[in-house]
Design a protein around this ligand. Structure first.
Ligand SMILES: [Fe+2]
Ligand SMILES: [Fe+2]
Length: 248
């Protein structure tokens, strides 16, 4: 018997392969977006595979912190796309509204994600209700997962406006995220804990080598219990999900 892992129930995104005639920079940008979205997918899968088995208040309160960090990470990703990345694409392409489909997809999961966030920040472990939690999760999952998949093709389709400009816009957004008011005690461990270095050689963690060590020996300490739910170590090694149910 083996336990399911965080590559399901929502399938991960392979790096783009059908890339004939597409510039190297555009393919790199789409691959980086796959990498970022797979961090979200693994965290989401870890949540989906473990929530139903929680019974002890101590486990539930750690899990709620894990869910809060998931929420912060997803919110941060889409917020920066909307305020930095998409406007930059609109500006260099000269096409007003070029990212409107992506924006509409963001709006489709925004409200549900907000309600999920309000719940995981406010509910007490003793009052946590598994059915209510599932309802909140289900309210935004279809829209979120559809968007995480479809955004990759949107980026590949932008190649005609210049791959270098796309790549620069992406890098500028990343720099802004890293400079921004990220809580390293929360977003860093949750994100690193969802990077599988064995998955795809083109989707490797981009931080300097010491960042996982910093996370492990300093930033992970404050919410240590929450990272039990992570599918990987901060060093990119997959690990078993302690609360997932064994498959027969
Ligand atoms: Fe994205
Ligand atoms: Fe997006």
């Amino acid at each position: 018997m083996t336990k399911p892992w965080a590559d399901q129930p929502f399938a991960l995104l392979p790096s783009p392969t059908n890339t004939d005639g597409i510039s190297k920079e555009t393919v790199e940008t789409a691959t980086l977006m796959c990498f970022a979205h797979n961090i979200i997918f693994r965290t989401l899968n870890a949540i989906a595979l473990q929530y139903a088995q929680l019974t002890l208040p101590t486990d539930i309160s750690d899990f709620l912190i894990y869910c809060q960090c998931f929420h912060e990470m997803v919110h941060e990703h889409h917020h920066h796309e909307e305020t930095d990345f998409f406007p930059a694409i609109e500006a260099y392409s000269g096409e007003k509204g070029i990212m409107d489909t992506n924006l509409e997809q963001h709006h489709a999961f925004e409200e549900g994600l907000k309600r999920f966030g309000e719940y995981v920040y406010s509910v007490k472990a003793e009052e946590w209700d598994r059915g209510g939690f599932k309802g909140l999760l289900d309210s935004f999952l279809p829209a979120l997962t559809t968007h995480l998949r479809e955004e990759i093709q949107t980026l590949l389709d932008l190649d005609k406006y210049g791959g270098e400009k796309l790549r620069k816009s992406f890098d500028d957004m990343e720099k802004k995220i890293l400079k921004g008011p990220l809580d390293a005690y929360r977003v860093l461990p949750v994100a690193l804990g969802s990077i599988d270095s064995t998955y795809d050689k083109n989707q490797q963690q981009p931080f300097p080598f010491f960042v996982p060590y910093l996370s492990q020996y300093w930033f992970s300490r404050r919410h240590r219990g929450a990272w039990r739910f992570s599918p990987c170590t901060v060093f990119g090694k997959p690990k078993q999900l302690p609360f997932a149910v064994e498959e027969k």
